[in-house]
Structure formats: C-alpha cells, structure tokens
Ligand binder design. Structure first.
Ligand code: ATP
Ligand code: MG
Ligand code: MG
Ligand code: MG
Length: 462
C-alpha cells in the first residue's frame, strides 16, 4: 500500500477511505475507552488525529510506546471528525512503532521552548511548529525563485565557491587551506597554510557576482542561487557566516531595469508563498508577528518607494528623532536608518539609489557627478537591507581606475577587465540574501532561526 502525506489527507481525504501514514507522534492522550495521538509527517503544520481503540492488536503495548517523538506507521480508515479544528481523523486498524522516544530524555517537551534553547538542538528543532513552518516556506520560496527566473528566460549558472578575489572589498573572507594529513610533518616542523590553495591564496566566495557578469555577457540574463560566506564577526540578528544568495545579472540593462526586476521578483515570491503556504503564513501572523500578512499583501499590491541616497539623508536629518549613529552625507546607512525610512517615513519597502562611491564596491557604475554610483538597495521593514544591487561599470578606463583606487591591481582582475574590452554592454544585477528574505517574510526575529544549520561565530557543529 502506498503511503499518504498528511497535508493531502487534511485537504482532500474522504471519509471511509483506507490510508497509511508515516510520521512522528506529537502528543498522546488516553481516555477510559480509547486513545488519541497526533501525528506529524512534516508535510503540514497541522497534525492528523489518530484514534486508537482497544480492539487494536497489541493496544496496551502500543500505548506505552507512542510517546512524543516516537516514529510510527498507521493504517486506518478516515472519518469525519466530530472535534473542532479538524475536518478529518484516522481510525487506526494497524500501528507499527518504528522507534520509541524516551519521555524522560526527549528534548522537545510539550511546553514552548525559547528559540535560544532550540538553537542548541539544530538536529531536532525542525520538529517544532515554528521551525517546521520556516522550512516549508524556505522550500516554497526556493522553488518560486527558480520559477520566476526560468519563466523570464534566465539561465541558472553555477559560480565557483573557491575564488581568489574579494568581490565586495569588505575583507570579510574565509581563507581556504589545503589540508592533507600526509603533509603534516611527522616531528615538529611548522607548516605555513596561509597561501595554501596549492601555492596561492584563495577564499570562500562572498558573492558570485563577478563570474555571473561574465556569464551574462554570453547568455544575456543569468542568475545564481548558491551558498556564500562572510567572516562577519558581528553578532547581529541579520548576519550569518554562511548564507544563500540569489544573484541575477542582466546584459543590456540599466539601474531602472534592475529596480524593476527586484520589485517584480519580490512580488512574485510573496504571491507564491501566500498561495502555496497559507496555513504556515497564518501561523507566523498569529504566533510570531501580527503584521506578517499585511506586509506580504503590501509587497504584492503597493509600488515600492524609490528615492536617491541624497534624499534619504535629507529625510533622516529632518527626522523627528535622534539616531544612535549620526547622519551626514557620506555615511553608510545603518539598519536604524534603513528601518526609519521604510517603517516610519514611507511605511513600505523603499529602494535607495545613487550612493556615494566611497562606501560602495569598485564595480558599481560611476555617475556623471563622479561622486555617486548607480547602486540600489531595497530596504524592508523590521530588517533593513534585503537586496543590494547596481548597474556595473562597463567602461574599461573608469573600471581600471576604480580597481586601483580600491587598492587592487588590474592584473588581479584581468579577466574581469577583459569583459570590458570585448563586447562590453551596460549591465546590472543584484544580490538578495535568501535568509534575509525568509526572515522578512515570516517575521522571525533572528536570522539563525530561518536556516536549518546556522553558521555563526558560536556554531559550526550542527
Ligand atoms: P549588510 O549591510 O547587511 O552587512 P551588505 O551590504 O554587506 O549587507 P551585500 O554585499 O550588498 O551585503 O550583499 C547582498 C545581500 O546579501 C544583502 O542585501 C543581504 O540580503 C545579504 N547578506 C549580506 N551579508 C549577509 C550575511 N552576513 N548574512 C546573511 N545575509 C547577508
Ligand atoms: Mg555587510
Ligand atoms: Mg549594506
Ligand atoms: Mg549591500
């Protein structure tokens, strides 16, 4: 007999249908006449209620085994549920317990655990309602990302994880070290691993952008969706050492086109999640942040505000509040500034453009004023920056000058400059941190709780 997923039974299961489910026990309740257990198989937030009657073979033994956390297979007959909150329930005709969970030591007891505590249980915390819902939303979003780009004719390209350049110039790099146990000196003797990607220095990538640009100059429209790494030693609620980045890159495109794509992209993703994960989104709205659904609907229905950096500074200088980090033209916007603009002033997502060149990466296109670059950041309520993008410098001479100003040499980036020598075109793209997106969408307060195994200064274990 093939097995059924609980989400399908809850949505479409019909009374008198015989079905088999497999999953993990969430709760068990015994009464004089029979017993109930709630089973979850990860497919949905809601559990399936299973009724066990004393006629069931090994009834007493099974009852002693189906504690919270145990894994079970149940075959039975669906029936309309007389109880509130569920349409259908399962009357068991056969139960197999695969693995018991000792109630004395099972770490996820019925009470609500704090997210801090759950972070110490990365291997098992996805069995809670909140982390389970996060994971389903991640899946739906990831799917919607590919769907959006594929529908528009973008090619998915795989950019390298090991690289020799620091694309963002922020110096937050993890060094790659060749480590071969055979090379370790037997008796004393030190080994220098600093340049040890086979004799040269290499890093884990902070962004696939430069390579994506090369691909866009063949395929016109490409995107990456892969892991990126930043040695951020900051313990903020929006930074991870390892996160997933989505980076579209378009040839024959300017900053305007880049902003249009970013806005259309976010609208598409939010719509997909509201359509496909209504129960999970409702859960976040009820239990985590009661503005989740309003925010999602606003993303879909409102046009984003678009302002220049210079205007943003004016608004911040005239804000009826003081900021911790003081405001003047030239500063990099901090999350308190970003949040003021979208939460208080405009009350919607804001795209800020044309930042000072001094605070942005070398590859962004210099504007005619020679002080600002064609950059754009998309700012979201509660989080701040979720997207950073720009039109790229396509002019050879200016790019060469900017590379030198940034303290690098044209030789280091010879191939990147080559792209400006042979068939260069205006082109643009952006980077979106996948976890920032999930955090924004679900209202979760800490980025560590929207990725299955967060990598932070404190944790690389699980
Ligand atoms: P921030 O100002 O928040 O440090 P950034 O300007 O350094 O971000 P970019 O280099 O512009 O980030 O990267 C593009 C996107 O990648 C950001 O808009 C954000 O969504 C995401 N991102 C950047 N750093 C991290 C990180 N450490 N953890 C998770 N997401 C990140
Ligand atoms: Mg940063
Ligand atoms: Mg930033
Ligand atoms: Mg940025």
């Amino acid at each position: 007999m093939s097995k059924h997923r609980i989400i399908n039974l809850l949505r479409n299961g019909q009374p008198e249908e015989e079905v088999t489910i497999q999953g993990w026990v969430r709760t068990k309740r015994e009464s004089k006449k029979f017993a109930f257990m709630e089973v979850n198989d990860g497919s949905s937030l809601a559990n399936l209620q299973v009724i066990l009657e004393p006629e069931l073979e090994n009834y007493k033994i099974i009852l002693s085994q189906i504690n919270t956390g145990a894994s079970v297979e149940v075959t039975g007959i669906l029936a309309e549920s007389p109880g509130k909150g569920q349409r259908i329930e399962l009357h068991a005709t056969a139960v197999t317990v695969y693995g018991e969970a000792d109630p004395e030591t099972y770490p996820l007891q019925k009470k609500r655990h704090s997210f801090e505590f759950l972070r110490t249980l990365g291997h098992i915390r996805t069995r809670t309602n909140t982390l389970g819902a996060v994971m389903r939303i991640r899946n739906t979003c990831a799917n919607a990302v590919h769907q959006f780009f594929q529908q528009q004719g973008f090619l998915w390209v795989h950019t390298p994880i090991i690289t020799t350049n620091d694309c963002e110039g922020a110096g937050e790099l993890f060094n790659v070290t060749r480590f071969n146990l055979k090379d370790v000196p037997k008796e004393n003797g030190e080994v220098d691993y600093s340049q040890d990607f086979f004799g040269r220095q290499a890093y884990l990538t902070v962004s696939g952008q430069l390579e994506a640009e090369a691909m866009a100059l063949t395929f016109d429209r490409v995107y990456t969706f892969g892991p990126t790494f930043r040695a951020e030693n900051s313990n903020t609620s929006r930074h991870l050492a390892e996160f997933w980045m989505i980076e579209p890159e378009m040839a024959f495109c300017d900053l305007q086109g880049d902003m249009d794509l970013a806005e259309a992209f976010l609208k598409h993703i939010f719509k997909a999640v509201l359509d496909q994960c209504p129960e999970d989104m409702e859960f976040f709205n009820q239990r985590i942040d009661d503005s989740v659904l309003t925010t999602a609907n606003n993303i879909i229905n409102q046009e984003f505000e678009r302002i220049t950096y210079t205007r943003a500074i004016e608004l911040l200088e005239n804000a009826p509040k003081t900021f911790e980090y003081s405001v003047e033209w030239g500063i990099d916007l901090q999350s308190e500034h970003e949040r003021y603009l979208c939460e208080e002033y405009f009350q919607k997502p804001v795209i800020v453009t044309d930042y000072p060149s001094a605070i942005k990466a070398f590859y962004m296109r210099l504007n005619d004023d020679e002080k600002t670059v064609g950059a754009m950041d998309v700012l979201a309520p509660k989080i701040g920056e979720i997207i950073g993008g720009s039109q790229r410098e396509e002019r050879f001479d200016i790019l060469e000058k900017r590379i030198k100003e940034a303290g690098m040499t044209p030789e280091q980036l010879w191939w990147y400059l080559d792209l400006r020598r042979y068939g260069t075109v205006p082109h643009a793209g952006f980077g979106l941190g996948f976890e920032r997106l999930i955090q924004f969408m679900t209202g979760m307060g800490n980025i560590r709780d929207v990725i299955p195994f967060p990598r932070t200064p404190e944790n690389a274990e699980f």
